[in-house]
Ligand binder design. Structure first.
Ligand code: TDX
Length: 330
């Protein structure tokens, strides 16, 4: 694969917890400007050694525990990774960049729309919306965002914050709604839908999110926050109707086969009703526009999962963990 930023050295630091999967990195692992480091963002010594070794000028902070349901069962894991891990990265960046021209550096913090809480039937989150997180996951991301802004204010750390809506696309771990539904449809197993499936999410293809982040890296203004969303608002039931119709078409199944698997289950505690993003600042100031409509993005996503059954099988039977264990003793 041709590296996207050939002039840049990219170091990918990942702890390889349950959702980490080196098989997802196959297409870039032999790129000459790419290095993988197995490690924990909470390990400040390690981060400082990496800063000393590579002289990083940019940090793109994607690392997070990100699944709301898991945060309900294990909130402390989320405080550890999302809050302590963020502060550890901030601290290392601050120390490394304090004697350099900080204007050449950038700490891009990748956050979520969930920090704003839940919307009713109308309205959108804007950059002026107050923080009102409602799940342990959202609270941990909100705390991380506050730390990033505190480092910008107190230490002049050059930061940009991105708050994005629900992502979907290839390689997504099948705990999130879209890959979970595809896997269950393939297995002809029940597809759990919380409550009546009326909750609304604003779906964005992961490549459109990455294009937005690349723009923020190159052109985003220091200290600014940009909201990213695809105007892909859909109720969960509406989304699944669209998705499962595509699954049936791609598998040459009779229409409605996969839809019949939908099973309404008990609601998620504190389930946010609706998210919607006003991305106008990103569009007008940085010229971003999403390239995937929801219908087209869902079709390419279904095709990807169908074409990558070995990847999916390794995730489902957990053999990808065995591979990690031989490589990294995780
Ligand atoms: O089995 C399910 N049944 C169901 O009805 C699952 C897993 C989800 N849902 C519902 C809950 C949500 O309303 O589908 C919707 C989407 O759920 P998730 O895929 O778990 O995403 P969500 O809770 O909306 O959070 C996501 O968007 C913001 C990501 O997980 C976060 O990491 C991101 O920050």
């Amino acid at each position: 694969m041709v590296p996207r930023f050939p002039e840049t050295t990219i170091v990918n630091l990942d702890k390889l917890t349950y959702a980490g999967n080196l098989q997802s990195l196959r297409t870039i692992e032999s790129a000459p400007n790419y290095t993988f480091v197995h490690g924990d963002i909470c390990d400040l010594d390690l981060i400082q050694r990496l800063f000393a070794q590579y002289n990083f000028t940019t940090v793109v902070h994607f690392a997070a525990e990100s699944h709301v349901d898991r945060s309900i069962h294990a909130p402390i894991d989320f405080v550890k990774s999302n809050v302590e891990g963020t502060v550890s990265l901030l601290q290392a960046a601050r120390a490394a960049w304090s004697n350099s021209d900080q204007r050449q550096c950038r700490f891009l913090h990748v956050s979520t729309d969930e920090v704003f809480g839940a919307l009713g039937a109308s309205g959108k989150f804007t950059i002026d919306t107050h923080y009102a997180p409602r799940s342990p996951y959202a609270a941990s991301k909100a705390a991380a965002d506050h730390f990033v802004r505190a480092y910008a204010t107190t230490y002049d750390l050059p930061v940009v914050i991105s708050n994005c809506s629900n992502n979907y696309g290839p390689y997504q771990f099948p705990e999130k709604l879209i890959p979970l539904a595809i896997v269950r449809a393939l297995e002809m197993a029940p597809i759990p839908v919380y409550s009546r499936g009326e909750n609304v999410r604003d779906w964005l293809h992961v490549e459109d999110h990455c294009e937005a982040l690349a723009l923020m890296l190159r052109q985003g203004l220091n200290g600014e926050t940009y909201l990213v969303g695809g105007s892909g608002e859909c109720s969960n039931l509406g989304l699944l109707r669209l998705l499962l119709t595509i699954v049936d078409e791609e598998l040459d199944r009779p229409a409605g086969t996969s839809l019949s698997l939908i099973t309404f289950v008990k609601d998620r505690p504190g389930h946010d009703f609706r998210y919607a993003i006003d991305a106008s600042k990103l569009i007008t100031e940085l010229g971003w526009e999403p390239n995937h409509t929801l219908a087209a993005g869902l079709r390419t996503t279904v095709k990807w999962y169908l074409a990558n059954r070995p990847w999916l099988k390794a995730v489902m039977d957990e053999t990808y963990r065995t591979y990690l264990q031989t490589q990294y003793s995780v």
